[in-house]
Structures are given as structure tokens and as C-alpha cells.
Design a protein around this ligand. Structure first.
Ligand SMILES: *[C@@H]1O[C@H](CO)[C@@H](O)[C@H](O)[C@H]1NC(C)=O
Ligand SMILES: *[C@@H]1O[C@H](CO)[C@@H](O)[C@H](O)[C@H]1NC(C)=O
Ligand SMILES: *[C@@H]1O[C@H](CO)[C@@H](O)[C@H](O)[C@H]1NC(C)=O
Ligand SMILES: *[C@@H]1O[C@H](CO)[C@@H](O)[C@H](O)[C@H]1NC(C)=O
Ligand SMILES: [Ca+2]
Length: 384
């Protein structure tokens, strides 16, 4: 662009001066060029050969010669300039085209990249929708997954795991839950699942009360729904915590009388007797660490027993939820269990209490690195 402007600026005075020597006011570019071409081979031609309107005497002839020479040289320059201009214009156009091509190439590679990303995402979505059991909740009502299992067992030989609608006794509410029908005899209502860390568990009280996440994947069923299930008349529930370590070692902790107090009581947890292979982390090693009967805390509701503060690992802690990456749990002076932490990756800082914590599951004193956990409940047959 710069170059073009410069050429034009250089050309303008020359063109103007050519006009002065040629047909006044009636300037015709192509005429000049033509004239120049016809002049070019006539170098050294006799002065008398000048065409044109002039009928001059000798001094006039000299003037004509001078003018002719001047015109000739100007026309030569002009021709060269035009040729150069043409070359440059072609180069410029080539450059512009090249640049456009490059831009187009970059754009199309970006488009390709985006398309690939979209494809990955949609296949990811498809996979999480189809790979995990049934997408649509099964329209088979029961009070909880144990009840559904009992109701269906006489009708179908094999009951699939998946999302079912339940309607606990003495409540107005019915809602979806994930039922595990294969694991350990089936009939399990899943109340929490942590597997890939993709669901945000940094949540306020309202979310822990109502539930969040994706029932077929990571989720927290919600304290209100859980309360409805475990507080049905003449039922008793078992809580089963299933842990998987990074090395694919599994273990469990089981409690035989799991129930919650109501929301006024901040859904305090009650456990019953422990059995299992992972250790009783919910009770810990001494009374200070016991979470049995502890009320629930979240990032914005503090019932954690650190009032105003606790000393944990020589650090002053005012909020266990903050200490545990803003998750909700039945903290009691924080304690040794929090299954709502993040699935741990190997590089993560062990000093921080942000991962899935079950402090009694150790091998030779070393904590297992927990990559996934499921909390599920099932009715226990009562003797009557
Ligand atoms: C300019 O020259 C062309 C070609 O010789 C001619 O057709 C045209 O009429 C001329 N224009 C003027 C304004 O003289
Ligand atoms: C804290 O929680 C967020 C959201 O779930 C997560 O992305 C982050 O990795 C967690 N931090 C740690 C240190 O685990
Ligand atoms: C919650 O439980 C307490 C103690 O059992 C009871 O006094 C209170 O009325 C209950 N609140 C609701 C809203 O049911
Ligand atoms: C806490 O401090 C005491 C005394 O300063 C020290 O002996 C102990 O090892 C510390 N504990 C931790 C977990 O850092
Ligand atoms: Ca506190």
C-alpha cells in the first residue's frame, strides 16, 4: 500500500508536466503511452521527423527538439514507472492473496480443531448418557430401592440398576434416585457418589439439603430426600461406604442403624454399629474425632464444633468446611472422615484436607489414596 501511494505521488507531477508539453487540458493517458511506444525505437531520429502541430522557424525547431527530448525522457521514465508499478501491483496482489490464503488456512485449521472438540464433547455426553444404565427413570414406584426390589422381584427375574422414582412413606414428595440392583444382593439407594471429580462439591447448605449432580454419575442425593427415606415408619437402614483406592484396592465400612434428625436439628447423623475393612473413620480413634450424632455443616452453615476454633495439626481452624475445600459434611472438630472431598490425583498435596478422606484406611500406617467412593443405604429386615 505504502509503495502504491509513493508511486502515484511520484507520477502525478510527471503526468502533469507531460500534459503541459502535449495537448493542453485534453490529457489522454493512453495516447501518451502509445506515443511513447512509437517514439522508443526512433532514438536518434532526425529532429525534422517530429510529428505534430508545430510549424516553427529554427529557434522554434530547437525548442521543439528540447521539448521533444524532455518529453521523450519523461515518457521513458513514465514507462519504466508504469512497468515497475505493474510489477509491484502484481507482487502486491500476490502478497495479499498469499496472506488471505494463510489467514484462510489458519481459520480452517481452527475450525477443524473446534469441530474435533465438539465431536469429543458430544461423544462424551453420549457416552455418559448411554454407557451408564438407563437414561429415563423407570416408572416403577416404590418407597425406596429396597422396596422397589421387593416389589419387582416376583415380576421380573433380573432387576437392572438405574434411575428409579421413589415415593417414601408419609411424604408428599416423590423423586428420582439411583438404585444399585446388582451390588451385594441389590436394593441399594445411592446417596452419594464421587468418581471423576467433575462435579463441584463446593456448595452451600441449600444445595446439600436439596441435592445436586447427575444421578447416573457423581451426585449428592440431598439431605431432605435422605431424611424422607430413612425416617419411614418401621424401617431400619444400613449405610454402606464403598471405597476404591488408586491401586484399585477396595474396602468398605458399614453401619447398621443409619438415620438422620430433621432439618431443625441440622440433619444430625446416627450410625449404629460399625462393620467393615476400612476402619470406623466416622468415629475416629477418640471421642474428639467422633462424628456420630454430629450435625451437618456446609460452607455457609457452621456446626462443626470448632467454636470459635480448633487446633488441627497445630493449625488454628475456625471452619472445617473451609479446611475441606468448602464441602459439606457432618464435621466434628473436623474429624477423620469426609467423603465429599475431591478424588485424589497422585500429585495433589497430601497435607491439604481437600481429598476424599477416610483416615482409618491405611496400609502399614500409610493412607490409601482414594479415587472413588459410593455411599448407599438399604433396608435391614426388622424382626417383626
Ligand atoms: C483517448 O484515447 C483513446 C484511444 O486512442 C480514444 O478512443 C479516446 O477518445 C481518447 N479520449 C480523449 C478524451 O481524447
Ligand atoms: C476444590 O474443589 C474444586 C471444585 O470442585 C476443585 O476443582 C478443586 O480441585 C478442589 N481443590 C482441591 C485442592 O482438591
Ligand atoms: C424436629 O425434631 C425435633 C426433635 O425430634 C422435634 O421437636 C421437631 O418438632 C421436629 N421439627 C420438625 C419440623 O419436624
Ligand atoms: C505440633 O507441635 C508439637 C510441639 O511444637 C510437635 O511436637 C508436633 O510434632 C506438632 N505436630 C504436627 C502434626 O505438626
Ligand atoms: Ca466453626
Amino acid at each position: 500500500m505504502m509503495w502504491t501511494t509513493t508511486v502515484l505521488l511520484l507520477l502525478v507531477p510527471q503526468l502533469l508536466s507531460s500534459t503541459d508539453t502535449g495537448n493542453n487540458a485534453n490529457f489522454n493517458e493512453s495516447e501518451i503511452v502509445n506515443e511513447d511506444f512509437s517514439d522508443a525505437p526512433v532514438k536518434g531520429q532526425k529532429p525534422g521527423g517530429v510529428k505534430g502541430r508545430d510549424t516553427c522557424s529554427i529557434p522554434c525547431e530547437i525548442t521543439v527538439k528540447l521539448l521533444r527530448d524532455e518529453k521523450h525522457s519523461i515518457c521513458g521514465q513514465l514507462q519504466q514507472s508504469l512497468l515497475a508499478f505493474g510489477r509491484s501491483t502484481r507482487k502486491l496482489i500476490r502478497d495479499v492473496l498469499d496472506e488471505q490464503q494463510r489467514a484462510q488456512d489458519i481459520l480452517s485449521s481452527q475450525v477443524t480443531e473446534l469441530m474435533a472438540k465438539v465431536q469429543t464433547l458430544s461423544s462424551e455426553v453420549e457416552r455418559s448418557n448411554t454407557e451408564m444404565y438407563s437414561i429415563k427413570p423407570v416408572q416403577s414406584h416404590g418407597r425406596d430401592c429396597s422396596d422397589i426390589k421387593d416389589n419387582l422381584l416376583s415380576v421380573v427375574p433380573k432387576i437392572p440398576s438405574g434411575i428409579y422414582i421413589v415415593h417414601p412413606e408419609n411424604t408428599d414428595s416423590s423423586f428420582e434416585v439411583f438404585c444399585e440392583m446388582d451390588y451385594m444382593g441389590g436394593g441399594w439407594t445411592v446417596m452419594q457418589r464421587r468418581t471423576d471429580g467433575l462435579t463441584d462439591f463446593k456448595r452451600p447448605w441449600a444445595d446439600y439439603a436439596d441435592g445436586f449432580g447427575n444421578l447416573a454419575g457423581e451426585h449428592w442425593l440431598g439431605l431432605k430426600k435422605l431424611f424422607h427415606i430413612v425416617n419411614q415408619k418401621e424401617t431400619r437402614f444400613q449405610l454402606h461406604v464403598a471405597l476404591v483406592s488408586q491401586d484399585d484396592v477396595t474396602s468398605y465400612a458399614s453401619y447398621d442403624d443409619f438415620h438422620l434428625d430433621n432439618e431443625t436439628q441440622f440433619f444430625s447423623i446416627h450410625l449404629g454399629r460399625y462393620a467393615g475393612s476400612a476402619g470406623d473413620a466416622l468415629r475416629g480413634y477418640d471421642q474428639d474425632q467422633n462424628q456420630d450424632t454430629a450435625p451437618f455443616s456446609a460452607s455457609d452453615v457452621d456446626n462443626d464444633g470448632c467454636n470459635p476454633s480448633c487446633s488441627i495439626d497445630n493449625r488454628t481452624v475456625e471452619s472445617c468446611s473451609t479446611q475441606h475445600n468448602q464441602t459439606g459434611w457432618w464435621f466434628n472438630q473436623c474429624g477423620l472422615a469426609n467423603l465429599n472431598g475431591s478424588p485424589e490425583d497422585a500429585e495433589q498435596n497430601r497435607e491439604q484436607r481437600t481429598h476424599i478422606l477416610w483416615d482409618t484406611w491405611r496400609q502399614n500406617g500409610v493412607l490409601h489414596v482414594i479415587k472413588s467412593v459410593t455411599m448407599k443405604i438399604r433396608r435391614i429386615a426388622t424382626n417383626n
